[in-house]
Design a protein around this ligand. Structure first.
Ligand SMILES: [Zn+2]
Length: 215
């Protein structure tokens, strides 16, 4: 019997980037997905109030608005940081290629790599890692088959996909990533890096149309 997941959504920073604290209710073990600017204190309040132990900090991709508080979390949570191997170079020299940031981001070194087909276990729950580039070459998402939950980062939003007009992005690659998401069931809930959750079913129409050329 699968234990229940409690998913706390914490939007923070100038782009209201979502951090997600994914808690296995039975054991209070958790994953922290992304580390937006100014998210640290709000997340830590939830961690303390719910007496949660964060096993791993996972970065979906390297864009500044998802990583600014990473090193602060590493210290507070004493948890390792995991990301795709293609994130290493950008994490070592974090920043924005397109705008001046109001933040100085210290270099981040990941403690481990996650790639397509890997599994992340937390308590009795297992998340499959999917490498879905297109918005960022390092982009990964986490999919829990039993709970039908997808932590999707900036790949899929309500009504559209992540930007492909930023450095490192590629539209054709994005379409291939969207085509893979179409293989998931309609009742999978998608928790995106910005805005409110949606489902694969709610987005299937436009995704199907847009990816016709690559399927
Ligand atoms: Zn992004």
């Amino acid at each position: 019997m699968a234990s229940k997941l409690d998913i706390h959504q914490i939007p923070a920073g100038p782009l209201e980037t979502n951090a997600f604290l994914v808690v296995v209710a039975d054991t209070k073990q958790a994953l922290l997905i992304d580390a937006p600017p100014e998210s640290h204190d709000a997340v830590m309040t939830i961690v303390r109030d719910h007496d949660v132990t964060v096993d791993t900090i996972i970065l979906t991709h390297t864009h500044w608005d998802h990583i600014v508080d990473t090193n602060a979390f590493r210290v507070s949570l004493r948890a390792p940081v995991h990301a795709h191997s293609k994130a290493d170079a950008r994490l070592a020299r974090p920043g924005s290629a397109v705008m001046d940031l109001p933040y100085t981001i210290e270099p981040i070194t990941s403690d481990g790599h996650l790639d397509d087909g890997d599994e992340v276990a937390v308590g009795e729950q297992t998340f499959a890692v999917m490498h879905l580039p297109g918005h960022d070459p390092s982009h990964i998402v986490l999919y829990n088959v039993e709970a039908k939950v997808l932590l999707g980062g900036d790949v899929l939003f309500p009504g559209g996909h992540g930007r492909t007009d930023v450095p490192g992005a590629d539209q054709d690659t994005m379409l291939q990533s969207l085509a893979r998401l179409l293989e998931l069931p309609d009742d999978v809930t998608v928790y995106p890096g910005h805005g409110q959750p949606t489902t694969i079913g709610a987005e299937r129409g436009w995704m199907t149309e847009m990816t016709a050329s690559v399927r």
